[in-house]
Ligand binder design. Structure first.
Ligand SMILES: [Zn+2]
Length: 508
């Protein structure tokens, strides 16, 4: 939602203008009666005021197939910084000597992402939003450590900007993991937080398995660490059990208990990781943990791409002002390659069918105006839509789109005529053959298209001349000529040759 508003927001226009990929410059005037599905107005909401803690190099390292070497970690850190995330979280330097060295190396990279810091001003008279200025910041480096003084001492020596300290608070973890009591957790948390703050670093305290922890215990420990001076408290759905409504209730309750920021961490075991992150922001959380492609323990956490897609629909101007969305695909390709997986076909934004339209009624509408079936403008991410033309479900509008993609110039009536000849297979070949037939030597036969104007004939001739000079086209001509020569040597024409082969196949 617009930071200047309180919920009475116009529908997301997603940047489409009359069927083009242009950006919408005007902020649509507020009119709540036209917005039955607009975001619920709430003074707690941080949907337009949040930070990303990118944990591919911590949570992502726990993915089953992740074995990042130093070079790969540096590449990922630089890519995330260029994308514009506010924080990059690294594996605890106490976990291994290599992790400690990698932590120091990344801290010394001097990451600096140029990104826009937008300031919004609502003009009361004109009801328009303006971006007034921009600045650049760098991603801060955090490391994720156990709530223990030994780990904290190692971490502060690496040069990180802050520590994310964590300890399990659910009965399951208290009994079967660390075996400590809430009194121990409280005393240790206070000691570690005071130590980290004495070093001038940021400090977050998080419970682990928060949604299976005792609510009174949780609120009590969060209240204590908030008073001690922690910068953020963290809620972690470590086992992926929480629903959006449970998240909203817990965060909203916590918002009334602490004065510091609230970080959230959602696993995706039951498919709620993005929705939970969004609801957490609506309830007053300030920071969201993500990883590229969602990689992490088991099936991972809130994916960076899916999260920014969700937030873009909520407040496009805000998200575009903070992050270079066009870098998303290259980051995902980088990480997918590093952990040797394919980007899923249905991945948010970058899945191969994320902006593919197949059904005829969809294709017609999307070509007339993309907002009919797209809530996100693919151009915002440097992506393009694809209309699936080689399908019996698709009408002539899709063929028209493909003709344009192929760089051919045909009238609507010519395209409709062409469409009747198409089958599912080899559609590109048929379109090109049909096109070339327009100017072929027909030997007295009637052209397939007989309604061309003189100007259209001239343009086709020009296009044909251009195509004939392309190397690939020349090679094809040579192949066809060789085959024709072979047939001529055998005493049959190419036309007879084709018929003869068909007849032979039918008789077999
Ligand atoms: Zn996790």
């Amino acid at each position: 939602m617009c930071p200047s508003c309180n919920g009475d927001l116009a529908p997301a226009t997603n940047g489409h203008v009359n069927g083009t990929n242009g950006h919408v410059e005007d902020h649509t005037p507020h009119n709540p009666r036209r917005q039955p599905f607009a975001s619920v107005g709430d003074y707690l909401s941080n949907v337009s005021n949040f930070k990303i803690i990118e944990s591919t190099l911590r949570e992502g390292e726990q993915f089953a197939n992740a074995f990042f070497d130093t070079e790969t970690k540096v590449k990922i850190a630089k890519a995330l910084d260029a994308f514009g995330v506010e924080y990059i979280e690294l594996t605890s330097p106490a976990s291994s000597e290599q992790s400690r060295k990698d932590c120091e190396i990344i801290c010394n990279l001097g990451l600096k992402a140029s990104r826009y810091i937008a300031f919004y001003w609502l003009c009361a008279l004109k009801k328009q939003t303006f971006v007034l200025t921009w600045a650049s910041e760098q991603a801060k480096i955090l490391t994720h450590v156990r709530c223990h003084m030994d780990d904290a001492r190692i971490a502060v020596e690496t040069g990180v900007d802050g520590l994310d300290i964590v300890i399990g608070t659910s009965p399951q973890l208290m009994q079967h993991s660390h075996g400590k009591s809430m009194d121990y957790i409280r005393d240790t948390a206070i000691e570690v937080i005071q130590y980290v703050k004495s070093k001038g670093l940021e400090c977050r305290f998080s419970s682990e398995d928060s949604f299976r922890s005792d609510l009174v215990d949780l609120l009590n420990i969060y209240s204590i660490v908030s008073k001690v001076g922690v910068d953020r408290v963290g809620i972690a759905d470590t086992v992926g059990c929480a629903s959006p409504r449970q998240v909203y209730d817990l965060v909203r309750t916590l918002r009334g208990v602490v004065h510091c920021d609230i970080e959230t961490h959602f696993h995706n075991d039951t498919g709620c990781a993005i929705a939970n992150a969004y609801c957490a922001l609506e309830a007053g959380a300030t920071h969201v943990d993500t990883s590229v492609l969602g990689i992490g323990e088991r099936n991972g956490i809130t994916p960076l791409g899916g999260f920014v897609a969700r937030m873009l629909v909520a407040d496009r101007d805000y998200v575009k002002s903070k992050y270079d969305l066009t870098k998303l695909k290259s980051i995902e390709d980088l990480v997918a390659g590093a952990v040797e997986i394919n980007v899923p076909f249905n991945n948010y934004i970058t899945g191969f069918c994320a902006f593919t339209h197949k059904a005829g009624i969809h294709a017609k509408a999307i070509l007339a105006n993309p907002t009919t079936y797209e809530i996100i403008n693919p151009a915002d991410f440097g992506m393009t839509r694809y209309v699936h033309f080689a399908s019996r479900l698709t009408g002539w509008n899709a063929i028209k789109s493909r003709v344009n993609q192929l760089g051919l110039e045909m009238t609507d009536s010519q395209i409709k005529s062409c469409t009747r000849h198409l089958t599912i297979e080899d559609t590109d070949t048929i379109i090109n053959a049909f096109y070339e037939n327009l100017y072929a030597d027909h030997g007295g036969e009637k052209p397939l298209l007989d309604d061309m104007t003189a100007a259209e004939k001239k343009r086709f001739a020009q296009k044909e001349a251009e195509l004939s000079h392309e190397p690939e086209s020349q090679r094809l001509d040579e192949v066809v000529q060789q085959q024709t020569d072979v047939l001529a040597t055998n005493g049959i024409s190419s036309h007879e040759g084709v018929n003869g082969m068909n007849g032979e196949t039918a008789a077999t």
